[in-house]
Design a protein. Structure first.
Length: 316
């Protein structure tokens, strides 16, 4: 199976015009890397005279910090990055994700899995397969049944069962990234059947983001390259669920002194937005990372003036 073109089936077309979004997880305040993603997505929306939405991806509740949601909003506003519609919170959208899961189950695309990470690692080791550091383990199909018949799914978790989507054979996904050009990933050999709901009852990012993007009519997804490897999975889910495929543009990552991606897990320093001068300094650093040149650098430049110039300079 090769998916190389976008299709639409059962859903109406996205809202007319460009609709982009920024979707941070509230596990901490914004750092330099997340500001690059926010600024890039905001500029792309403004350059295309589109709408820019803010979605709080607080799905993984054990990792979320309650005050981080307000911190993120305050930081964005301090940088002049305003959003155009009400904020969506994933923690409030469980019914939508369950409905999508039920639909996939009705299509006989799912099966229950009781494998732990250690079980998967042991199985791969027995097959002589080593997983490189910082890469996901390819699921070997241990729990996949010979025939997919559709099974009852409890609404709030199934004990020790996760739910995986059963991929067809030769599931090669191809798409054109607006910044990186043609991309392809063989989901069978590089990912394997992937989880849509965890054994603790939490829905996974892969399912939630696809449902949210479709229901919000998102036409363009501008985000960091750390999420590039997720795109093929999301495109496959869009295809099965009959959603429109958005355009994708993946931005260069901000790395630390060890060459690792800046993240909250590696204790990345939050951006300084205590006043307009410091907020503008953070924006200038983010713009430099994005390759924007010849932007106003005077001490009397306002954030609004700077953002207008940056919008004109944006070329993606």
């Amino acid at each position: 199976m090769i998916l190389a073109v976008s299709t639409s089936k059962n859903l109406p077309s996205p809202a007319s015009g460009y609709r982009g979004r920024f979707a941070p997880s509230p596990t901490g305040p914004l750092h330099a890397g997340s500001l690059v993603a926010a600024l890039g997505s905001w500029l792309d929306a403004r350059k295309n005279r589109g709408k820019w939405l803010l979605r709080i991806e607080d799905l993984d509740t054990p990792r979320c910090i309650p005050e981080a949601t307000q911190q993120i909003q305050a930081q964005l506003l301090s940088c002049g990055l305003t959003w155009d519609e009400g904020i969506i919170y994933q923690s409030q959208r469980q019914e939508a994700y369950q409905s999508a899961l039920d639909r996939l189950n009705d299509l006989k695309c799912l099966y229950a899995c009781t494998c732990s990470r250690q079980t998967i690692a042991n199985t791969l080791a027995s097959l002589g397969i080593e997983t490189p550091r910082n890469q996901e383990m390819v699921y070997p199909g241990t729990c996949r049944p010979a025939e997919l018949i559709g099974n009852p799914i409890q609404a709030f978790g199934d004990g020790n069962k996760a739910w995986r989507i059963a991929l067809p054979k030769n599931c090669l996904i191809q798409f054109r990234d607006l910044a990186l050009g043609m991309q392809s990933q063989n989901l069978n050999t590089e990912v394997g059947d992937f989880v849509l709901r965890r054994s603790d009852g939490l829905f996974t990012y892969q399912l939630a983001v696809v449902v949210d993007d479709a229901e919000q009519g998102i036409t363009h997804i501008v985000r960091g390259q750390d999420l590039l490897s997720n795109t093929a999975r999301q495109i496959y889910l869009q295809e099965v669920l009959g959603y429109q495929r958005p355009e994708y543009l993946h931005l260069p990552l901000v790395l630390d002194e060890h060459g690792e991606k800046l993240s909250k897990q590696t204790l990345a320093t939050q951006i300084n937005t205590r006043d307009e001068r410091h907020s503008l300094l953070e924006l200038r650093k983010a713009a430099k990372h994005l390759g924007l040149q010849d932007l106003p650098d005077g001490v009397n430049t306002t954030i609004a003036e700077w953002l207008l110039a940056a919008t004109h300079a944006w070329k993606n």
